[in-house]
Design a protein around this ligand. Structure first.
Ligand SMILES: [Zn+2]
Length: 390
């Protein structure tokens, strides 16, 4: 077994990465290591496992056996606790130049354990232009033992100057059977639920895992997919919009609450809240107020992003429903993402035309664009619901 075995349906990428890890091993041993590169760009559709692939590669770089999957080095890399791994996750809507500069300074240090220092940059497409420029300098002249692993949905999301300095690893959407197989064998999920979850998630691995293991996630999906049949009048459209926006907000709030609480109490501890000392300590508490304000701003921006992402995910779920309807109307021999709702799909397919279905899909896509342009969610979603009404 190796760390690359966990990459679902990515045989080509796994082969490239394990060869590169072997070359990196030669460099560590004092050899030339032809084929080793200091900057990598992992791209692929959402859910294809970009971060997982990057993390597996990072483990293979550290592991004396090229990624055995069970030694300490592999383990620490995979769970993200290795001292020579720095994971960067933009939490707001974008990644600032100040954050990038700090990161570059840290990246310049030599590895503590002698092999490599790995910077794993998730969502590198969220770096601002100024931040990307700072990043470019670091990638152009990497310290001898630093490896940059950038992740983004598509190579075109990054500045061409960055892209051209990275070796590209392209991941593809894994097949339903491959995802179902992993859920069943590794996650102990019963085969029928594994197949349902893999199909409904359409190749999005973490989504499939959530659907298979979390009943709340399954319930939320059901609620979203019940919308098309509930749109019988204008009043129903308005309340469906309210429900959808509220559900997305609740989901995002649950995700942020836990994160925020932890960070805030860590920061308060750091600045010595609760102590009543004088002098130095008071200065620390004063500095703490500024840091706390900054943290709150960051948390607010993250909450906005999570809310937006969660509503967008629900809209994509609706798109998959109408795409299934369209496939039925055309009699296409394709796998239906929402096979469990065959009855609803069939009814709508019979009672409407393909043109109407296409118009509905357009309405959802337009709603997504308006949300991305900061239109009030209730207004944008309401307009969409009215367009979806039979
Ligand atoms: Zn290992």
């Amino acid at each position: 077994m190796t760390v690359f075995d966990d990459l679902v349906g990515q045989d080509h990428a796994a082969a490239v990465l394990s060869r590169a890890a072997a070359a990196a091993g030669e460099v560590v041993a004092g050899g030339r290591g032809a084929g080793m590169t200091h900057a990598w760009l992992f791209t692929g559709p959402p859910g294809s496992g970009r971060e997982e692939a990057a993390r597996a590669f990072a483990a293979a770089l550290m592991c004396p056996d090229g990624g055995c999957g069970h030694c300490d080095q592999c383990h620490q890399m995979l769970i993200g606790s290795h001292p020579d791994l720095e994971t960067v996750r933009p939490e707001g809507l974008s990644y600032s130049v100040r954050q990038t500069r700090e990161l570059i300074l840290r990246a310049a240090g030599a590895p503590t354990q002698g092999r490599w220092r790995v910077i794993l940059f998730e969502d590198a497409d969220r770096a601002t232009e100024a931040a990307a420029n700072a990043l470019l300098k670091a990638i152009e002249e990497p310290p001898p033992r630093t490896v940059w692993l950038l992740c983004s949905p598509s190579p075109d999301d990054l500045m061409i100057t960055i892209k051209s300095r990275c070796r590209l690893v392209t991941l593809t959407t894994p097949a339903t059977e491959a995802v179902a197989h992993v859920l069943a064998t590794r996650g102990n999920v019963p085969p029928d639920i594994a197949t349902f979850a893999a199909r409904a998630a359409q190749g999005h691995i973490s989504r499939a895992r959530a659907l298979a293991l979390d009943e709340d996630v399954r319930r939320r999906r059901e609620a979203v997919l019940a919308i098309p049949r509930s749109l019988t009048g204008v009043g129903e459209c308005v309340s469906a919009a309210e429900r959808l926006v509220k559900t997305a907000e609740d989901e995002a709030a649950a995700a942020t609450a836990a994160l925020n609480e932890n960070e805030t109490s860590e920061l308060r501890k750091l600045y010595g809240e609760g102590s009543t000392g004088k002098g130095l300590n008071r200065g620390l508490v004063r500095g703490g107020a500024g840091a706390l304000k900054e943290l709150e701003d960051r948390q607010k921006s993250r909450a906005t992003r999570l809310k937006r992402d969660s509503l967008d995910a629900a809209l994509l779920e609706l798109v998959s429903f109408y795409r299934d309807v369209l496939a039925m109307q055309f009699g296409a021999e394709v796998e239906l993402a929402n096979d469990d709702l065959r009855f609803d799909l069939d009814q709508l397919a019979r009672s409407s035309t393909p043109e109407e279905t296409l118009r509905r899909i357009d309405a959802i896509m337009q709603c997504r664009e308006r949300l991305a342009a900061n239109v009030n969610p209730q207004i944008a979603v309401e307009a969409m619901m009215l367009a979806l009404r039979p």
